[in-house]
Design a protein around this ligand. Structure first.
Ligand code: 13P
Ligand code: SF4
Length: 301
């Protein structure tokens, strides 16, 4: 039996749903029930009525699923699927930062641990960060963490004077202005779409055509009639873009922008996760209880 057939059969036997992020390997995306960005997948996890949620993504996404839908068994097929950005801040560091700014609102990007979310007042993803910050009462100080490039982008979009944590995503931080300038020269006229985690946001993002979450890029791909589009994010997204619009050439701004954490999971891991019900994600109830409110507000925004 092929791995795909094994997964389909085990998925039924376990009463499971398979969620996959846009950066997952093409073959994992192909067999998933739902593929999307962090916000879309958090919503699908919250609504899931199957007994088991297999999360082909990274740990913070699986933790989010468990917090939003605690009655389900949530599996991360490879425990090494972490996130370099989420590792950039600890709950203890957040507590110390809050102590320096009493009364400030803390906005945690979804790319954080459950412990960090438990310290936050708001949570956002790349697709609703601007909206979330716009809702914070004017005049209240805001601490934004952990991605300084996304934070800088939100600061310019909202005009709010955010304090930014100095953290970045190792994959997106390497997408620099020099690379953008070279790509523009090599592909004249091609529009550029970029993820807001891209490095040197204040120099790169004002020069691109659209700043989008990964699902925003997928929608752009469906609609564009441009012969070529330059894509500034992790290369896993190209699979869906090319599949949805074979008439356009989608070129990565940096073909080396590969997230090692997202690539940890392969089809054999998904099969083994279903067969052995591993690796179960558990979030301690006091942490989950404190993080649930901010996550529920995030999925509703
Ligand atoms: P999206 O929510 O846009 O999919 O981004 C998640 C992520 O990890 C980007 O690096
Ligand atoms: Fe984390 Fe960056 Fe990988 Fe996204 S691309 S999961 S932010 S390390």
């Amino acid at each position: 039996m092929s791995l795909e057939a094994e997964i389909r059969s085990l998925r039924e036997a376990r009463d499971a749903v398979l969620l996959a992020h846009n950066y997952q390997r093409p073959e994992v995306q192909e067999i998933a029930d739902y593929v999307g960005d962090s916000l879309y997948l958090a919503r699908r996890a919250q609504e899931a009525d199957r007994s088991v949620i297999v999360f082909a993504g990274v740990r913070f996404m699986a933790e989010t699923a468990k917090i939003l839908n605690p009655g389900r068994t949530v599996l991360l097929p490879d425990p090494k699927a972490g996130c370099g950005l989420a590792d950039a801040v600890t709950a203890e560091q957040v507590r110390a930062w809050k102590a320096e700014h009493p009364g400030a609102a803390v906005v945690a990007y979804i790319n954080t641990s459950a412990e960090v979310k438990a310290e936050a007042d708001y949570c956002c993803t790349s697709s609703n960060a601007v909206k979330v910050v716009e809702r914070i009462p004017a005049g209240q100080e805001v601490l934004f963490l952990p991605d300084m490039f996304l934070g800088d982008y939100v600061r310019r979009r909202t005009g709010r004077n955010l304090h930014l944590w100095v953290g970045d995503c190792p994959v997106h931080a390497r997408l620099r202005p020099e690379r953008l300038a070279a790509a523009r020269a090599e592909h004249p006229g091609a529009p550029v779409v970029a993820h807001p985690e891209c490095g040197c946001a204040s120099e790169v993002l004002p020069q691109v055509d659209r700043v989008l979450s990964t699902d925003g890029m997928v929608r752009f791909a469906e609609e564009t009639r441009a012969p070529e589009v330059l894509v500034a994010t992790e290369v896993g997204i190209l699979h869906r873009m090319r599949r949805l619009n074979p008439g356009t050439t989608f070129t990565p701004l940096d073909a080396g922008a590969i997230c090692p954490y997202m690539k940890e999971i392969d089809l054999a891991d998904v099969r083994d996760a279903l067969a052995e019900l591993r690796y179960r994600i558990e979030v301690p109830p006091p942490i989950a209880g404190r993080a649930r409110g901010v996550l529920e507000r995030m999925v509703a925004t």
